[in-house]
Each structure stands twice: as C-alpha cells, then as structure tokens.
Design a protein around this ligand. Structure first.
Ligand code: DQA
Length: 144
C-alpha cells in the first residue's frame, strides 16, 4: 500500500528541541527508519514535514489524487488548534493514525485536547521515536 507520513510544526527541530521531552533522534533518522520499515512490510512511504498549516492541508488534499491508502500524522501543536486540518482529513476520507512522541495526556492541560483524535483509526502517544514505528505497525495491520 502507499502511506503518507506527515509531521507538523517544529518537528524539523527533533534531536535539538527539548531533548528531555522529545529525545535526541533527528527527523531525518526517523524518516529513514520508517521508510525502511515500510519497505520491509511491502509498502511505500512518502513524507512531508511543514511548519505551515496550509502546506499540510494541501498535502492532505493531494493524498486523495495520489491515492494514498493511509496517513500517519504527528500534527505537532496543530493537534490542539487546527479545525482546518481536521476538516481536510475528514474531507479526503483517508484513514489515519494520530501519533505523538510525548504522552500529551501527562503534560499541560492545553495538550489534552485534540481536534483529530475522534476521527482517527487510533492514537499513539508517549513512546518517543517508537511511536512512529508502532503507528506503522498498526497501519500495516489495519491495511490487511
Ligand atoms: C507533539 C506533542 C504536541 O503537543 C507538541 O505541540 C508537539 C509535539 C509530540 O509529538 O509529542 O509539537 O505532537
């Protein structure tokens, strides 16, 4: 199947950004590892990171044209703010998993609401870099 990995704002800083919360692995390393994992499962993975809400929304729309089967998304702070990303995901009607490196439920109150979770196939949070591979494993199961 064809999968799309989306990473939202500030995730380009992974490895340098608050390493006590987000770990010291870079996004480049995560994408490399996930691309390999996808290939070994017989899938194709494309990736976009953007700090811009509209760019993420455009990529979600393009996923419909590209016939993407499944989306893995770490929306970063847009999780807690973006009705527009919610509407985009609902609009294209492509199943998705919401994922977070940190356990958002153990953090500030404002991180405990997500505009996406109720539309998601599932949510994975709190496993650091492993949240990505766990999400891919779950997507693989759902695609079977
Ligand atoms: C995050 C959690 C969000 O609350 C935060 O704004 C991020 C990263 C995570 O992966 O833990 O940017 O999505």
């Amino acid at each position: 199947a064809t999968l799309l990995l989306l990473n939202g704002p500030n995730l380009n800083l992974l490895g340098r950004r608050e390493p006590e919360i987000y770990g010291d692995t870079t996004l480049t390393d995560i994408v490399k590892q996930l691309t390999e994992q996808a290939q070994s499962l017989g899938h194709e993975l494309s990736h976009l990171q953007s700090n811009h809400e509209g760019v993420i929304i455009d990529r979600i729309h393009q996923a419909m044209t590209d016939e993407i089967d499944f989306i893995l998304i770490n929306p970063g702070a847009f999780t807690h703010t973006s009705i527009a990303i919610r509407d985009a995901l609902a609009g294209v009607n492509i199943p998705f998993i919401e994922l977070h490196l940190s356990n958002v439920h153990a953090r500030e109150e404002f991180r405990q609401h997500s505009y996406l979770s109720d539309l998601a196939s599932g949510v994975i949070a709190g496993f650091g870099v492993n949240s990505y591979s766990l999400a891919l494993t779950a997507a693989d199961q759902l695609l079977k």
